[in-house]
Design a protein around this ligand. Structure first.
Ligand code: ZN
Length: 315
């Protein structure tokens, strides 16, 4: 685990770690967040879990997602559900490649937080059926208008409904990760998998290059937790899953050069006329091999089954 530097060595003692239950020794690693003030990010000295504090209250969270997050997303990723859909298709194809070893033609699939449905459409030809769950009303309506089957909530899904449940950049937004995993387990078949993608806090821009401008970009009030392969595995295993982790580097060498030069995002492919595909592939492989890939791909399989049934763990 690389040493994490932060804006302060302040230690607080009134918190409880979600992963290891430690109640002492938390280091402040960020006190300036993207889209918001008044919150900090701490890191547990015992298990290294990083988390937001204080968490948003349910009312703050509702307001954030209903009134603010849609505006943020549309500024960053496109003004309409159609634009978001088109822009995200390359990512959907990448997620499909990562997921292929874990899907089969007979699978029933659910994506939680499916946005405008780009991944569901991309994976649909490879599985038996897909459906989505999306709390953002405009995006959910867009999915329905395009003929995707949409669920209103996890509670509305029957037990043991799905072979695979997908979560792409969703789990870090969840304030009660253990309760959420229990709820997802309920709707997943006993031998099914949960496939998730989250940011890796061991991202080289933060944990290797230590770029100050990256801190208020990376840390946001929307993310309750900032996982590493180690802390994500510890959390999921403690919830009764067997967790398989791969890390990927999504951003290229140009992006990292621009962060170092200018202290800002947007450098992807900036030097594509000079940096070869081979150079970028080698760079990605080096970061991934050293545990600094920016993205965690995790597959959770149920590890607490008896008699081929998960009934005793259902809500
Ligand atoms: Zn801890």
């Amino acid at each position: 685990m690389p040493k994490q530097k932060g804006p302060s060595e302040e230690v607080v003692t009134h918190l409880i770690c979600e992963v290891c239950s430690s109640e002492s020794d938390f280091n402040l690693i960020a006190n300036e967040l993207r889209y918001g003030e008044g919150r900090n990010v701490y890191r547990c000295s015992s298990c290294s879990l990083a988390f937001l504090h204080p968490k948003m209250t349910p009312e703050e969270e509702r307001k954030f997602y209903e009134e603010e997050y849609g505006v943020i997303l549309s500024n960053e990723k496109g003004c309409t559900p159609e634009e978001l859909y088109e822009k995200q298709i390359p990512d959907a194809k990448m997620y499909l490649e990562w997921s292929k070893p874990y899907i089969s033609a007979s699978d029933t699939c659910l994506e939680i937080g499916c946005a405008s449905g780009y991944f569901l459409d991309t994976i649909a030809p490879h599985v038996d059926s897909v459906c989505g769950l999306e709390s953002h009303a405009q995006l959910s309506s867009f999915c329905e208008s395009r003929g995707l089957a949409m669920m209103n909530s996890l509670e509305d899904c029957a037990e043991n409904s799905f072979d695979v449940v997908f979560l792409f950049f969703v789990f870090e937004h969840i304030g009660d990760p253990r309760g959420f995993l229990d709820a997802v387990r309920r709707v997943t078949k006993p031998k099914g998998n949960i496939v998730m993608v989250v940011p890796n806090i061991n991202d080289a821009l933060f944990s290797l290059y230590d770029i100050p401008a990256f801190i208020p970009f990376y840390f946001t009030p929307a993310h309750h937790f900032y996982y590493s392969p180690e802390t994500l595995t510890q959390l999921c295993d403690a919830s009764g899953f067997k967790t398989e982790i791969t890390t990927y580097q999504r951003y290229d060498l140009s992006n990292h050069f621009r962060w170092m030069q200018k202290g800002r995002p947007g450098g992807q492919e900036f030097y594509k006329s000079v940096f070869s595909k081979q150079l970028n592939d080698d760079y990605r492989a080096s970061l991934q091999g050293a545990g600094h890939g920016d993205t965690i791909f995790a597959v959770l399989s149920n590890n607490i089954l008896t008699n081929n049934s998960n009934q005793q763990y259902s809500n």
